[in-house]
Design a binder for this molecule. Structure first.
Ligand code: EPZ
Length: 429
């Protein structure tokens, strides 16, 4: 398993290019199942989760070609409707094929994703919503077995209120409803930019959708959907990760190809911590080369659904608080076990106490490099931020977690002046 070796305390400076959003690319790729015509995606990130979904789609009979940032999909010849456990267990977002398969083919057999490091991650809301749209769904032998049993063979529109805000749940239901008979109202819908990006793609395919970005999404089903060409929005979490790294190293970076309006909550907290931030139409500049006393201020954070502070930024911002002048409370309200980076940060000299869903982070003047282990995607990003700021060498093990959700992170960080290299080890090493 590859490792990252970082020699810390290099000030990050310069310009870096944001990649397309992983959490937009995945539903957009799944949406290609809704049409027999070709779908072309641009600005796609080159990372493991996208490759995994491409593999799953190919197993269903979809032709998928990725050339750099372009992905071409052709679901004309789909003849298989099962997403197997060995693929789904490696990436929970595989559940996103369920809605489209049901909507277009009237059947699907998708492995239950199972839990992951950060929580149980059930999909009961996906199932409840699809049942409301007329699907017959059984769960047996670890698989969701679904079929459309309406007289017309099509799903039918319904009013659906999800028990909690669910991002991929909202996305699955949007895609299913796009081809259903009649109108669907999804209430308590997720409001993330990735939801709007999916709605824009679906509208480009001929879907009739409104209210995306609010908690009420209305969809008027249509008979069929056409092919489309679409550019994927920037990855607000990758951008936020670089901004946290620049603040932690007292640097001065500009992220190009960003969408500042997608990350107001984070930018507010970074400013509160002392960073100086300028934004333009497609760029964000963070300067932290004149922090009072050379340290960020401690800033408390409570993760909530968009547009609140993103749970996917909690670990990276915690790394900044580890160096802050003062103490901060950080509360994780979305997932039940998303503090696995804490013990690894403590190995780097951080002072953090966990009390249920809240951590108290007491900043220290300096972290010291050590060997640490990645446990999940964003935890590993938090460890990278901390390692870049720590004195001496930090080695991060199991960085396949990082490779799932970041496109050439160490290459981009090196371009900003970081002393970071990937240590390739033999498989299973
Ligand atoms: C999406 O996951 C993202 N993944 C996650 O990003 C992100 O952390 C999460 O949304 C929250 O913003 C993708 O978009 C591919 P949820 P998702 O359904 O859709 C509970 C990353 O790092 N829930 O919004 O799986 C669930 O357990 C990843 O890129 C149910 O109980 O998250 C959680 O507590 C990690 N039943 C909460 O809702 C359901 O049927 C929010 O989950 C669905 C969800």
């Amino acid at each position: 398993m590859d490792k990252l070796r970082i020699t810390g305390q290099r000030v990050l400076q310069g310009v870096v290019q944001a990649s397309g959003a992983k959490n937009a690319a995945l539903p957009l790729m799944a949406a290609a199942l809704l049409t027999a015509e070709r779908v072309h995606l641009h600005n796609a990130p080159q990372l493991m989760d996208v490759r995994t979904l491409a593999k799953l789609l190919r197993s269903l009979g979809v032709r998928v070609e990725q050339e750099g940032g372009d992905i071409h999909l052709d679901a004309a010849a789909v003849n298989h409707f099962e997403a197997s456990y060995d693929l789904v267990k490696t990436m929970r977002a595989s559940i996103l094929v369920l809605g489209p398969l049901l909507a277009r083919f009237g059947q699907a057999r998708v492995s239950l994703p199972g839990g992951c490091a950060i929580g149980a991650r059930p999909v009961d809301q996906h199932i409840k919503g699809l049942q409301a749209l007329g699907a017959q769904i059984e769960v047996e032998h670890g698989y969701i077995v679904a079929r459309v049993s309406t007289p017309s063979g099509r799903l039918r529109g319904a009013r659906i209120t999800t028990d909690m805000v669910t991002v991929t749940g909202t996305e699955n239901l949007m895609m299913a409803a796009a081809l259903a008979e009649g109108e669907t109202l999804i209430d308590n819908a997720a409001r993330e930019p990735e939801i709007i990006d999916l709605a824009n793609l679906l509208r480009g395919m001929g879907a009739q959708i409104s209210g995306d970005g609010s908690s009420q999404i209305r969809i008027q089903g249509v008979q069929s959907l056409q092919g489309v060409e679409h550019r994927i929005i920037p990855d607000r979490i990758e951008v936020g990760t670089f901004l946290c790294a620049a603040l932690a190293t007292r640097g001065d970076i500009t992220v190009q190809g960003a969408e500042p309006t997608h990350q107001d909550a984070l930018l507010d907290k970074l400013r509160e911590a002392g960073a100086h931030i300028d934004t333009g139409a497609d760029w964000i500049r963070l300067r932290a080369d004149a922090l009072p006393g050379g340290r960020p201020r401690a800033v408390s954070v409570r993760t909530t659904e968009y547009p609140g502070f993103a749970t996917d930024m909690q670990a990276q911002f915690m790394a900044v608080n580890c160096l802050a002048d003062g103490a901060a409370r950080m509360t994780e309200t979305i997932f039940e076990n998303r503090f696995m980076h804490v013990q690894e940060l403590v190995r780097l000299g951080a002072q953090i106490d966990i009390d249920g869903h809240t951590c108290v982070v007491r900043g220290v003047p300096q972290l010291s490099g050590a060997n640490v282990m990645a446990t999940d995607l964003r935890a590993s990003a938090g460890l990278v931020v901390a390692g870049l700021a720590a004195e001496g060498q930090t080695q991060i093990d199991r960085i396949y977690h990082l490779d799932r959700g970041y496109d050439a992170m160490e290459v981009k960080l090196r371009e900003l002046g970081a002393d970071i290299e990937r240590i390739k080890t033999s498989p299973g090493g």
